[in-house]
Design a protein around this ligand. Structure first.
Ligand SMILES: Nc1ncnc2c1ncn2[C@@H]1O[C@H](COP(=O)(O)OP(=O)(O)O)[C@@H](O)[C@H]1O
Ligand SMILES: [Mg+2]
Length: 309
């Protein structure tokens, strides 16, 4: 029997709302499924992994606290079992400096400056042309779940500078972006692709309040609903998938492309999630079944018709 491992972590496995519908959809295709916490050595020992046909990365959400250890674990696992998305894609995607590669490929991206330890916030804000009335965002280039992410007024450079210093002290590169305030009314648009084909779209409510402090817990509470992306959004996301295929020579099994609107209302990339995106199956009926079929197809087994629905 085909056996699939869904990579998570010990703390996130009970938080990941996708695991249950995805597990059910895979089981309906006659596949054996187990969650695999990457931070549980017994669960991911080489001898155990050999019993799996494929490991699909789903919710190792604590990875960003020790990204190097996580990527080393991915490589170790990939030496004994197929891991998707491909490790090279995961490695590239863990650090948002990949945004510069996408800019170079002609993708419209939220204007972003990276400030490595030693770099200076004030000159960066001038370079980014965050005007006197403008607001901006500071966040680490390796992060998830809105951790250590905050929104500031242009007059709050001292407070922002303290966050930058704290992150630099942790050895993190910081990213600075203008706050794209259309998110306050229109939200963020996520486009999920499975096997390079558009699967479903979502709206995510705005997450950053002024003077709100930093997120506690694993991630900020997200206000999600289904959304049909418009043609311009589809075009940007399709283009990103094409760039990935060209760069890595293979189609990502899954991708979530998160877009904001710029001041003129044009879609721009906030992040391309190829590592551990929530796919929000509960907000998109049929999406877990589509994803399950794509996963099973990657094991080389013909997909069996669903028995349960
Ligand atoms: N430049 C920005 N303009 C407006 N909102 C932003 C910006 N950057 C981040 N945010 C808000 O913060 C959230 C988290 O930032 P994001 O870049 O998606 O990082 P993460 O990897 O933590 O999800 C976003 O979902 C969005 O609500
Ligand atoms: Mg995000």
């Amino acid at each position: 029997m085909t056996r699939i491992g869904l990579l998570t972590d010990l703390a996130s496995r009970s938080l990941d709302e996708d695991l249950e519908p995805l597990t059910a959809a895979l089981r309906a295709l006659g596949v054996d499924v187990d969650p695999l916490p990457w931070d549980d050595p017994a669960a991911t020992s080489a001898s155990r992994l050999r019993g799996f046909d494929l490991v699909v990365v789903r919710s190792p959400w604590n990875y960003h606290h020790r990204a190097d250890a996580y990527l080393a674990e991915i490589d170790r696992m990939a030496a004994v079992v197929a891991v998707l998305n491909e490790p090279a894609l995961l490695r590239w995607n863990v650090d948002k400096r990949y945004l510069d590669d996408l800019v170079a490929a002609g993708v419209p991206v939220v204007p972003t400056r990276f400030v490595p330890p030693g770099g200076d916030l004030r000159s960066t804000l001038e370079d980014l042309a965050v005007g006197a009335s403008g607001e901006f965002v500071v966040k680490p280039s390796v992060s998830a779940g809105s951790k250590n992410t905050a929104r500031f007024r242009r007059t709050q450079t001292d407070a922002a500078g303290r966050l930058v210093q704290d992150l630099h002290r942790l050895g993190k590169t910081v990213m600075v972006q203008p706050y794209l305030d259309r998110v306050d009314s229109d939200g963020e648009t996520a486009l999920v692709y499975v096997d390079g084909r558009f699967s479903h779209g979502l709206r995510k409510g705005p997450l950053l309040q002024l003077d709100a402090g930093l997120v506690a817990g694993t991630f900020a509470e997200e206000e999600m609903s289904g959304r049909v992306p418009d043609a311009a959004q589809r075009q940007v996301a399709d283009r990103i998938i094409a760039v990935l295929v060209e760069r890595f020579g293979s189609v990502p099994l899954y991708a979530r492309i998160d877009l904001l609107d710029d001041a003129e209302g044009r879609p721009v990339l906030l992040e391309a999630e190829l590592n551990e995106p929530s796919l929000f199956h509960l907000h998109a009926p049929g999406s877990a079944e589509r994803f399950a079929a794509a996963i099973v197809a990657r094991t080389g087994d013909p997909v069996r018709p669903s028995r349960s629905r």
